[in-house]
Structure formats: C-alpha cells, structure tokens
Design a protein around this ligand. Structure first.
Ligand code: TRP
Ligand code: ZN
Length: 880
C-alpha cells in the first residue's frame, strides 16, 4: 500500500531510458512463502539519452544482493528512494546481477508473481514486473529473456515461460527445472511464468509457411472437457490473421493457460497467454452463447496482440491504445468474419454500439473522461478503459472507413515494415496509415488528443423544384476535465437517402457512389448537397455507426418507423427502433418521477410486432431490434436521473410488450427452438437469443403463462444458455418458483466456479435484492471477496447492475459501496478501483441521492491508507 507517493505522470514528460537492456537471465527458485529471484542483465548506455546512471524500478521485493560487473555493491554505491533504485556512476557497458526475495502466497493483488489455488502465475502488465525483480520496467526497454524455473516436481509438475523450452530435468531433492528462451526482444510487461499442476489439450497446427506449431491450452485437471472451443478459436485466429493481414505466428509453440484468480480478461504474454478461466472454459452444460462469443473474442484478441502489441509495442503507457484500440478492432473484425453473413456482421456491430453507449459515452461525460491517448495519469491501471479500448477501436475503424479496406491493409503493412521490433506511438501508427494512402490525417489526430463524445447535429432541406437535398452537419464537443474548448474533429458520416418506397436512392450525382456516401465533416458546420433527388428523402445517417458520436436529428415518428421497416443498413434500422423506444422510455420515466400516468401507444407495439414476425430477418437481428435500451442508457438521456422511475418505466414497457404481443411472442418462441445437439454457432445462438427474449417478455406480462413456460424451460434445458435464460425470467418476474429453481441450480453446479458466479450475479441483479440481501449472500460459504470473478459476480453486479436497488433513497447502497471499496482496496487495488468507478456519475442524480453519494465518496477519500488506484478515482469524482 502506498500512501505518500501519489503523483501525476504527464505524457509530455517522456524521456528515453538512460540504459538499454540487451539480455536478461532470470532464475526462479519457486516457493510460495519465499521465492528467490536471480536476475542477470547486460545493459548498455542509451546513445539517445542525456541522463546519467542506471534507474531500476522495484516494489514489494527485498533486495538481497546487487553486483555490477562482478563487484558487490555496498549501500553507498546505490540509492533506493521510494520505488526507484539508482546507481549513479556507471560505465557504458554494465552487467548487473540482482538477487531479490518475494512471498507470492501473500500477494493478493494478482499483479507480479502470485499463487492461485496452489499454483504460481504472473501478471506483469502494466507495471507488475517491478515486483518480481529490479528492472527498468517501461515498455520502451526491450530485451531478450532466458528463464530458469526451479520448483518442487510433485506440486508443480508443469513449468512454463515465454518462447521455447530449451531444457528440462531433475534437480534431486524432489525439485525439477525447466529452461525457457524467448527468441524475440520484448518489454518486461510481456514476461510470464507458470508453475503449476495443470493438464493440457494440445495439437500441432500447420502454419501458412508450412511450419508446424504446437498449440496448447492448459487447465486444471477436471476441466479438460472445456477446452475445445478455446483451441478452435485459437486455430481460427491464427488462420484469420494470416489471411486478412498476412501476419503469421512467429513461434514454434503457443500456449494458453487458464487461471481462476485474474484481474482482467486475459494477457498477451509472448507465447504464453494467461487467461481468466471465464474466457477459456466452456462446454454446453456450463457456458452460455455469450460465454462462447466472449471466448472467441478474447482468444482472438490476445493472439492478435502477438503482432499489434508484442512485435510492435508501446513507447510509453500513454500510447496504450496503440495496441489496445487496434487489437480490439482486429478482434471485432475477426468475430464478424467468423459469422460471415452481412446480417451477422451487423449484429456484432450493434453489440459494439451498445457497449459504447452503455459504458464509453458515460465515461467520456464523467469525471474520469480522458482522450484515447491520455495526457496524464496517477495510476496507469486506471486507464485500461472503454475509452482506450473500445473508443480506440472506433478510431481505428474510422481510419479504415476513410482509406478503405485495402488502404487499411497497406497502412498495416507499412506500419510493420517501419516498426517491427520497436516501441512506438499512436502518431507512428497514424503516419503509416496516412503515408501508405497519401492521405492527410493531421486533423484526425484530434480523435487521439481530445476527450468527450462529439455531438453531430443534422438538418435536411429538400428543394422539390431543384431536386436537391441539402444536409447541413454541424459538430460540437462538450467540455471534459482539463479540456474546455475543443477543435472540430474529422468525422466520417456515412449517409444514405431512403425514398418513400423504402429503397435507397442512388447517390450518383456529386461524385458520390452507390447507396451510401461517406461525408467527411471537418468544419464546425458544413452543408452537403445531393442532386437529382426526385422526392423528399428520409436520411439514414451514421450508417454502420461510422463515428463514435451522438447524432441529433429531429426525426418524426413516421420517419423512424420508415427507417425501422426499410433501412438497408441494419445498424440504422436497429437504431431507428432504439430511438422509438428511447423516446417512450424517457417520457414514461419522466411521468413516473412526477406521478403521471402510464400508457404506451399502439404505433410502437405494432412496429415491434412487425419486426418480431418478419421471417426474412435473422433471429439474431430481431432479438437486437426488440431489446430495449438498458436502464443505464436511459439514465444517460435524462436530465435528473431517477433510477426507480427508470426501472419502473422499462418494466412497464416490457410488460406491455409481453401482454400485447403474447400470441406472436409465443409462436416465435416455438419457431426458434433449437432441437438436437447444442452448437454455439451464430445462427443457433441467434435463435436461442430471440426465443429467450420472447420468454423474458412473456414472463414480464401479468398472466402466468410466461412464468410457466420459463419453469418448463428451466426443468428441461439441456444447455446453460436456456437454463440461465429461464432462471433469469423467473427471477425477474419475481415468480414463486424462483427460490426453488435457484436452489436446484446451486446444487447442480456447485462444483463449477464460473456457474456459481452466474448464480450470484443473477441474484445481485434481481428486482427484490436490496443491500440486506446482498450482505446475506456475502455470508454464503461460496462467496469470496478475494476472487475477482466472485467479487464482480455479486458486489459489482449489485452496484452497477441493479440501479433501482443500489440507489435506494436511504443511501444504504452507497454505504455498502464505500465499505466494499475499502475492503477490496486492502486486498486488490485494481479491482477496488473498478468498483470505485460505479459512482462516477453521482452529480446527475436527484439532490437527496447526490448528498449520500458525496458522503460515501468523501468517506473513502478521507482514508489515509488508500491505494493510488482508488484515490485517483474518488478524488477525480469529487473534484469540480
Ligand atoms: N493487455 C491485456 C489485454 O488487453 C489487459 C490486461 C490483462 C491487463 N491483465 C491486466 C491490464 C492487468 C492491466 C492489468 O488483453
Ligand atoms: Zn488487449
């Protein structure tokens, strides 16, 4: 725990390292209580640096001995101040030998070297390597690593590290060793080791250049029946990167290891990816369609990092989106290509838009708002955000929209030609894209430097005589912390014009091609003229969500209904439905907050009915189109947030849909059953998705039919998707049968940790679960605050996923939040800090709630003993 070192780091303060590291030889004598780490590194003065001496980072480790060029250094030869070890007078070429001690079993932070279920794992990104040994722990120091592991053979039969296994053998005294060598230079954050009792599924896979690579998925014994999908996803990822980007696996061996205690999703350590079990383990009995999709995406994501992140890495952590935004974009494209159909692609795109609106737009509008390439931070772990990842991916996608798919590939090729083996910046990436395509992307840089979600206003004017349609687009961007005035962005706005018949007009005139034109909005306001427009069009703007902005256009209901029925762009078709729903939900929430009466128009219900029964549309698309905006998304649209009113409004609409469309929902339920063996493919998953959404609406209706259907599905389910959907329907409908179903579910799956996580999270999000009920669940023998997945499943699901209860008027939710943030901070600051973020938007609530929220924030902020992670979040939340 650090209390006195909280300090802001600025991007503009970057200076190159004083020394470069050529080789690192690490020796580990692994023992949970007392691990000895020997580090021998050869270093060379950096000709590009003006600074003298050697600077090494080190935290939570005990220095045993330090030798420079063979000579033992005494206390006066170096200084340790805080977390830096400085050796002032150093020759040009230096060999340092450093011996340190650490206690992995005491490490609850899950950063550095730690023990999980008796096994050793490491997590070094971003700055975990410095709690393994003293080292210039910054991504622009890239070195060749050799790693010797020694451990008890009985307890830790498997010894893994990056690269290739060079040698292994016995040591006597029950211990054994393994020597690993990584042929590629890498930054320290990509180092990894595993020493464990694990088993693997493995196979040889033929690469495009004819080499065979050994692929392995390592899990605990008993989980070998859940590794197929991860292995298949890995093979698909390798193939896809060969085909789409010409990028090959550069190692003879590629390993994925699953661990139950992990702070994030997974980690791209060179050749040795370490994964949260949640993103590896799956079979139909325990995993849902969403879990399967998550595994495919995350396996792809980590694999794609091998080029975008590892071969070319970040110069400093401000450039994090260089690897993350680009790699998210790549995993999104991979998932879309794996489905293959246009409509499947659109469904993945809709999911991405939902994530942005649900999580990134609020971040961009809150106290932690930061540019895709931040200018400063206190704790880098707080900047692994939806802005850096998902908005970063949107920024990369916009480049592809501007230069085209082929142009984008040319830019990627040039990027690797220029920067393979280097640590570079977001500007370097942008330059490669610009240079490969002869495009000016200077103004585009503002997407990296300016925070906040731009608002694009649109006004259309049709001139019947001249047969022209003028579309005036204007842009603005609200102020964000530290950035009051924004300059105009370079925004690609994809536009189509629909005729009265619902078809796209051909935008032949004015140099525009086909049905969709990509307009480039670069000024504060611009007018684009379409000529030869024979009738007044309905504009479909921001097709495929061509930019991460809020689009404001005064659509009439009739125009939205027209788009909802006909738009050839499925994303905008969906969008029209969301706008129709949002208008009603915010009106109802407003009415409820002021004691008004509730009603829902037939127009809306009819529009929903039409989509629901339209068999020409993919079930997956229909599911998306019928899914209402979440409570969080509704809250973002309201002036003053009243969570209980929002919840009641959404429930009311759900019940109306269930009652009014009962016949159609029931027939779609039966039409979309997926008999036979379970398969997670997109078509089957889409059918289950639509069927289960129909079930949830039916169960929300006042009559008992839906609940009975849910009970029957729960009893007869042969896969986790259907089982969970039925259970959620029972719980959300407050069905009498829900407690017994929950009881049975627990009994059936008590040995499956990932399923028990679902069991907790379903209850945390239940309408009747208040703070008291959450506290009771925390007393359950299966609850464990130290395990991040478990903490997320209960505490986070309640604080973030049950707004109506979390924001209880008496402030009990906030007091609970403060208590849990504080408890978690003593265990694991990274996880605590994520929970701390659930209060970001406190200023938007009614005054009475605000007061209690502020009190809770102040209570946390007032603690003397608080991590940098949590302190940064709560102090930014409280700042003006
Ligand atoms: N680089 C990882 C990814 O995007 C993220 C990650 C995994 C991470 N574990 C972490 C980031 C711990 C910070 C701390 O796939
Ligand atoms: Zn990543």
């Amino acid at each position: 725990m650090r209390t006195d070192t909280s300090q802001t780091i600025y991007r503009n303060d970057y200076t190159p390292p004083s020394y470069l590291v050529e080789t690192v030889e690490l020796g580990f004598d692994l023992d949970p209580a007392r691990t000895i780490v020997a580090n021998r590194m050869t270093m060379r003065r950096n000709p590009g640096s003006k600074r003298a001496g050697i600077e090494l980072h080190g935290e939570n480790i005990e220095l045993v001995a330090l030798r420079m060029n063979g000579k033992l250094l005494g206390k006066r030869d170096y200084r340790i101040d805080g977390r830096l070890l400085r050796i002032p007078n150093t020759p040009d070429d230096v060999t340092l030998e450093i011996e340190t001690l650490t206690a992995p079993e005491k490490n609850t932070t899950l950063s550095g070297l730690y023990v999980s279920n008796g096994n050793f794992f490491t997590q070094c990104e971003a700055e975990g390597f410095r709690s393994i040994t003293f080292f210039p722990d910054r991504p622009d120091v890239m070195a060749k690593f050799t790693v010797m592991l020694r451990a008890d053979k009985e307890k830790y039969p498997v010894l893994l590290s990056n690269g290739n296994l060079v040698e292994e053998g016995e040591l006597g005294d029950g211990r054994h060793f393994a020597l690993w060598e990584d042929p590629f230079k890498k930054p320290s954050y990509l180092f990894a080791l595993v020493a464990a009792r694990l088993v693997c599924q493995e196979e040889r896979f033929r690469l495009k250049d004819g080499r065979d690579a050994l692929l392995q998925v390592w899990v605990e014994e008993g989980n070998l029946d859940k590794t197929d999908y991860a292995m298949q996803s890995l093979k698909n990822s390798i193939r896809w990167d060969e085909e789409r980007f010409g990028l090959e696996l550069d190692l003879d061996r590629f390993m994925i290891v699953a661990v139950g205690d992990f702070n994030m999703g997974a980690m791209e350590n060179k050749g040795l990816n370490i994964f949260n079990t949640k993103f590896v383990l799956a079979n139909p009995r325990v995993a849902t369609d969403v879990d399967y999709a998550g595994i495919e995406a995350v396996v792809g994501h980590e694999y794609f990092h091998n080029w975008t992140g590892n071969r070319v890495t970040c110069r400093d952590w401000f450039q994090l989106s260089l690897k993350e935004g680009l790699t998210v974009f790549r995993d999104q494209e991979f998932s879309a290509d794996m489905i293959g159909t246009d409509s499947g692609r659109a469904v993945t795109r809709i999911d991405q838009v939902r994530t942005l609106r649900q999580a990134q737009f609020p971040e961009d509008a809150g106290p932690m708002a930061h540019p895709v390439r931040p200018d400063s931070f206190v704790e880098i772990n707080n900047f692994y955000t939806v802005t850096v990842y998902e908005k970063g991916a949107e920024v990369v996608r916009m480049i592809q929209t501007l230069v085209g798919r082929e142009g984008f590939r040319k830019g990627m090729d040039l990027y690797f030609e220029r920067h393979d083996g280097q640590a570079v910046t977001c500007d370097d990436f942008r330059a490669a894209m610009a240079d490969a395509n002869g495009r000016d992307l200077n103004q585009f840089e503002r997407w990296y430097s300016q925070a906040g979600t731009p608002v694009v206003g649109a006004v259309g004017r049709y001139d019947a005589e001249a047969k022209t349609f003028d579309l005036t687009l204007s842009q603005s961007c609200p102020p964000t912390p530290g950035q009051t005035d924004k300059l105009p962005f370079h925004i690609p706005v994809a536009v189509g014009l629909l005729g009265a018949d619902g078809n796209d007009m051909q935008l032949g005139q004015g140099g525009l091609k086909g049905a969709t034109a990509v307009l480039e909005l670069t000024e504060q306001s611009q007018t684009f003229s379409f000529t030869g427009v024979l009738e007044a069009p309905t504009p479909s703007m921001l097709r495929d969500f061509s930019a991460p902005v809020v689009l404001e256009y005064a659509y009439t209901d009739d125009e939205l209904l027209h788009l909802f029925s006909h738009d050839s762009d499925p994303v905008n078709r969906w969008e029209a439905g969301q706008r129709l729903a949002m208008a009603r939900l915010s009106r109802l929430a407003g009415a409820l907050a002021n004691g008004g009466k509730l009603d829902l128009d037939d127009t809306f219900i009819d529009a929903m009915r039409k989509i629901l029964v339209d068999a020409t549309l993919d079930p997956a698309f229909r599911e998306q189109a019928l899914l209402l905006p979440s409570e969080t998304m509704i809250a973002e649209k309201m002036g003053v947030v009243n969570p209980q009113a929002i919840h009641a409004a959404r429930q009311f609409v759900r019940a109306c849909i269930g009652a009014c469309l009962r016949a159609e929902l029931t027939s779609q339920y039966h039409a979309n059953l997926t008999p036979g063996q379970y398969s997670p493919d997109a078509l089957s998953a889409g059918r289950r998705g639509l069927k289960n959404l129909a079930l949830s609406y039916l169960a929300a209706a006042p009559d008992a039919d839906g609940v009975n259907l849910a009970q029957a599905q729960f009893d007869g389910a042969d896969n986790m998707t259907d089982r969970v959907a039925a259970l959620v329907a029972l719980i959300q409908a407050r069905a009498d049968a829900a407690p017994a179903a929950l009881h049975d579910f627990y009994q059936d799956f008590k040995n499956e940790a990932l399923v028990i996580d679902k069991w907790f999270s379903m209850q945390a999000a239940a309408p009747d679960t208040d703070v008291k009920a959450v506290r009771a669940l925390m007393q359950h023998s299966a609850f464990n605050l130290k395990n991040p997945n478990r903490a997320r499943s209960l505490v986070f699901s309640f604080c973030g996923g049950n707004p109506a209860q979390f924001h209880a008027i008496d402030g009990s939710g906030y007091a609970f939040w403060a208590e849990q943030v504080i408890a978690l901070d003593a265990i694991n600051p990274q996880v605590a800090s994520r929970l701390a973020r659930s209060m970001d938007r406190w200023r938007r609530y009614a005054p009475a709630l605000q007061l209690n929220m502020k009190k809770a924030l102040q209570q946390v902020a007032s603690l003397k003993k608080l991590s940098n992670d949590v302190r940064e979040v709560v102090s930014k939340a409280l700042a003006n």
